[in-house]
Design a binder for this molecule. Structure first.
Ligand SMILES: NC(=O)c1ccc[n+]([C@@H]2O[C@H](COP(=O)([O-])OP(=O)(O)OC[C@H]3O[C@@H](n4cnc5c(N)ncnc54)[C@H](OP(=O)(O)O)[C@@H]3O)[C@@H](O)[C@H]2O)c1
Length: 339
């Protein structure tokens, strides 16, 4: 091993209260690292290594990917695959890696949707880019109303039966289709372990049925974009920084959203509540998303180790009083700064 090889910090598990995904045996850290838009081919590999090392040093054992994360699509899995190969393979059994398929990935009729053909080919491609024999979690990324759910769930079950995935999940599914998916998987001898929906103070749709469905089915929720892509942080308090997601060519966040007057008002109100607790807005937003026992983990993006460290410090102050929750409700309005 070379002298600059990565060695995890000692005692790095001690301060993390791992949470159980529903009724399964799977424990996840409350805050996990997602690689949607911060791990593309254009990002500096050294910065990415530092973020991943720091995450693992701080007890983050879960890394979330998808076939199409980048840009370009596939490059986030390649970037993470390089870090895994160089630094983390000795710790593979200490790490939960998820990937997904469901959005457009390659040309032609077999590179999108929920067919068995697409899902299983995509999983093989992901394993190759990651340099792995199996992923810990394989998700169907979004509903495909044109493919029978039996076929899509059959592909997930096949991934488990062939050892290419240990657990399976669905993402962006309605409560009703989640129940249907779980029933089909059960008939195939496989449990649905996770649902991955969006959830933040400005995007509260899971409060309308999905949380109850998770309890009923005994599945965990991995909540994505809990910081509303940076809108629930101090990133845009004084303008739009050049290096930010809103200033980039990302189609998912725009300067128009940042300039929305309702957004500006609500984010100031939430920041005051956070500051009164001795927290940053990002920390308050994460504690708030994690207040439900059904939310096993919050999938957070970070473009620097500083952001990541600040987010993980949330774990020091997670309790929210009833008065604080009532005060938050005034500003945590579903649909704020929607595109
Ligand atoms: N299943 C799905 O359909 C789906 C969809 C979207 C996301 N996801 C998953 O969820 C993960 C997280 O999504 P996301 O990146 O949108 O999450 P997010 O955590 O809501 O936003 C992350 C962005 O917020 C900013 N940020 C983070 N911490 C900060 C801090 N402490 N202070 C100031 N700014 C901070 C950074 O913006 P800058 O980059 O501007 O610095 C960062 O890139 C993804 O990586 C992916 O794994 C899943």
């Amino acid at each position: 091993m070379s002298k600059d090889a990565y060695h995890p910090a000692p005692y790095h598990y001690d301060s993390t209260p791992y949470r159980r995904a529903g009724a399964s045996g799977l424990l996840l850290p409350p805050i996990s690292l997602g690689m949607w838009q911060n791990f593309g081919g254009d990002r500096d590999p050294r910065t990415l290594s530092h973020i991943v090392h720091r995450a693992f040093d701080l007890g983050v054992t879960h890394f979330d990917l998808a076939n199409n994360y980048g840009p370009p699509a596939g490059s986030a899995e390649k970037q993470f695959g390089r870090i895994l190969k160089r630094d983390l393979m000795p710790y593979r059994d200490e790490i939960i890696i998820s990937t997904k398929a469901g959005f457009p990935m390659w040309e032609g009729p077999y590179g999108d949707g929920g067919s068995r053909k697409y899902l299983l080919a995509s999983l093989d491609q992901s394993l190759k880019r990651l340099g792995l024999e199996y992923v810990d979690v394989f998700y169907h990324h979004r509903e495909d109303p044109e493919t029978p759910l039996e076929e899509t769930m059959g592909a997930l079950a096949h991934a488990v039966h062939t050892g290419k995935a240990l657990y399976v999940g669905v993402s962006n599914y309605s409560p009703e289709n989640t129940r249907h998916a779980a029933r089909i998987l059960n008939r195939m001898g496989v449990d649905l372990t996770l649902h991955q929906p969006s959830y933040s103070m400005f995007n509260r749709h899971i409060e309308n049925g999905l949380l109850e469905t998770a309890t009923e089915l005994g599945i965990g929720i991995a909540a994505f974009s809990p910081l509303q892509q940076g809108l629930l942080t101090n990133r845009y308090m004084s303008g739009v920084p050049q290096s930010s997601r809103a200033a980039s060519s990302s189609p998912s966040l725009s300067v128009k959203q940042v300039n929305d007057p309702d957004y500006q008002h609500r984010v100031r109100g939430l920041t005051e509540i956070a500051n009164a607790r001795g927290q940053s807005l990002a920390q308050l937003a994460l504690a708030w998303a994690l207040r439900h026992p059904q939310v096993t983990t919050a999938l957070v993006g970070a473009s620097s180790t500083h952001q990541l460290e600040q987010n993980i410090s949330t774990l020091k102050n997670m309790e929210l009083s009833d008065d604080e929750l009532t005060a938050i409700d005034e500003f945590a309005v579903d649909g704020t700064a929607a595109r």
